[in-house]
Design a protein around this ligand. Structure first.
Ligand code: UD1
Length: 431
């Protein structure tokens, strides 16, 4: 599987819209689960094997961090092996932190393993400020002393890590993961209240437990971590990517098509199913497969409000909006998780979408036909939404800055082409 070029690479996707998508695809492993699992491999000091580990710019960045620390990593297709018996460093340099905001997840893992960590602050990203205050205050409760020096976070646990009772003021996914990664290396019991309930937390806990940790309650809002007797080598299958699954459902839906997703986790799609049903799609679940059939023209949805799991996922808001842009009627989107997550709106407008935004509310008045245009991916999910809209549009759409999409969607254009889309990747340098 080819590793895609960087986010600044001069590549774009060309999409000839208006073709009905139909067929079946197997969904990739979840990016948001693979990343913390890769970080967790540092904690154990053993050999970890991740299967269904998607080959993405973000997972490759995580593997580069592992190599920098001194872990041995090998990828063979979807299988990644990490040997973490003798890492030599506990820092993540700025160049690697900049490649992926979620590198902050290595903070808890390095502290767990070494009792110290040095990272540059991840900074804001394209969808919002994304502070890490919840991560840091939770880690200090576990015994970590944190200093900042020229944008660098210098963290130490001089008296060792100890269990703590931590109540998060918001169920942050990343903070919950960092606490878990750190707490499995602490003495004494840790209880996390108001923990994030996202399925990826459950997957990380399943991996850590397989490695010998004792985590209970993951998937609920109270998680308990008790000290382990020791870690062991373990092989874990990364859960299917629920956001990628919903993205392919949206892609088929905007074209009035149908798609069967194979070997996915239908139970984790529950938060988005009412939306698909409101737009007139029929969704059938059979075992681990999901079949979506769309009407010729989608209907508007009722108000979509993004919420922590099991609410409607913010990561699917943009693609859902692309569907609403081409639907009959008016839909309303309220974004409650990130403050700057409507960056795809001006780009969708270039394609003829009628969307007005006031603060965190977008009102989408569906149009009979979107039209092809030259647009720019501004973030991963926004970029996927532009491709989704382009599939429904009349004429050709060119999406640039697709490095954002390559961060999280594996073989996106290949899978869409398999479903019948006319889509190709162009290297502008080579033109
Ligand atoms: C993770 C996902 C991302 C998803 C998001 C919400 C990964 C790699 N990324 O991101 O795809 O969109 O969950 O489902 O898993 N916040 C603070 N202080 C903190 C931490 C978070 O104010 O210390 C705020 C954030 O700015 C944001 C909200 O809490 O407004 C949610 O953030 P969080 O749940 O932490 O998301 P991430 O872990 O960054």
């Amino acid at each position: 599987m080819p590793v895609r070029k960087g986010v600044d690479a001069v590549e774009r996707l060309l999409i000839e819209g208006g073709r009905r998508l139909e067929g079946e695809i197997r969904v990739q492993g979840a990016k948001n689960s693979a990343l913390p699992c890769l970080a967790a491999a540092v904690v154990t000091g053993q050999t970890s094997v991740l299967t269904r580990c998607p080959c993405l710019r973000d997972t490759e960045a995580a593997m580069q961090i592992l190599r920098h620390i001194g872990c041995e990593t090998v990828r063979a297709g979807e299988r990644v092996i990490v040997r973490s018996a003798s890492p030599t460093r506990w820092d993540v340099p700025q160049s690697l932190m900049r490649r992926m905001r979620s590198s902050i997840i290595f903070l808890g893992a390095l502290l767990s393993r070494f009792g110290r960590a040095e990272l540059s602050a991840p900074g804001g990203c394209e969808i919002g400020l994304r502070p890490i205050d919840l991560h840091l205050s939770a880690l200090s409760a576990l015994g970590v002393q944190i200093e900042t020096d020229c944008g660098k976070l210098i963290c130490r646990a001089p008296n060792g890590l100890h269990g703590a009772s931590i109540t998060l003021s918001f169920p942050s996914v990343g903070a919950t993961e960092n606490i878990l990664l750190c707490a499995v290396g602490a003495d004494g019991k840790t209880v996390i209240r108001n923990a994030a309930r996202e399925p990826e937390i459950l997957d990380l806990a399943a991996f850590l437990n397989g490695c010998g940790a004792a985590i209970e309650g993951a998937g609920s809002d109270t998680i308990t971590v008790t000290p382990t007797d020791g870690f062991r080598s373990y092989e874990h299958a990364v859960m299917p990517d629920r956001i990628a699954a919903a993205t392919f459902m949206a892609a088929a839906a905007v074209t009035g098509g149908s798609v069967r997703l194979l070997d996915t986790a239908p139970e984790y799609l529950t938060p988005v199913l009412p939306f698909f049903e409101q737009t007139g799609c029929a969704v059938q679940i059979s075992g681990a497969d999901v079949l979506l059939r769309a009407p010729q023209r989608l209907q508007s949805a009722r108000t979509v409000r993004t919420m922590p799991y099991p609410g409607f996922p913010t990561d699917f808001q943009a693609s859902a909006m692309a569907m609403a842009a081409a639907a009959q009627g008016t839909s309303i989107f309220v974004e409650t998780i990130f403050e700057n997550r409507f960056k795809h709106v001006p780009e969708l407008r270039r394609m003829g979408a009628k969307i007005t935004v006031q603060n965190n509310v977008a009102v989408v008045e569906g149009v009979p036909r979107l039209c092809g245009a030259s647009v720019q991916a501004t973030d991963l999910r926004g970029g996927s939404a532009l491709v989704t809209a382009a599939l429904a549009a009349q004429g050709e759409t060119s999406v640039c800055c697709i490095g954002h999409i390559d961060r999280g969607m594996e073989q996106f254009e290949h899978n869409l082409a398999k479903l019948g889309a006319r889509i190709k990747r162009i290297d502008t340098d080579a033109e």
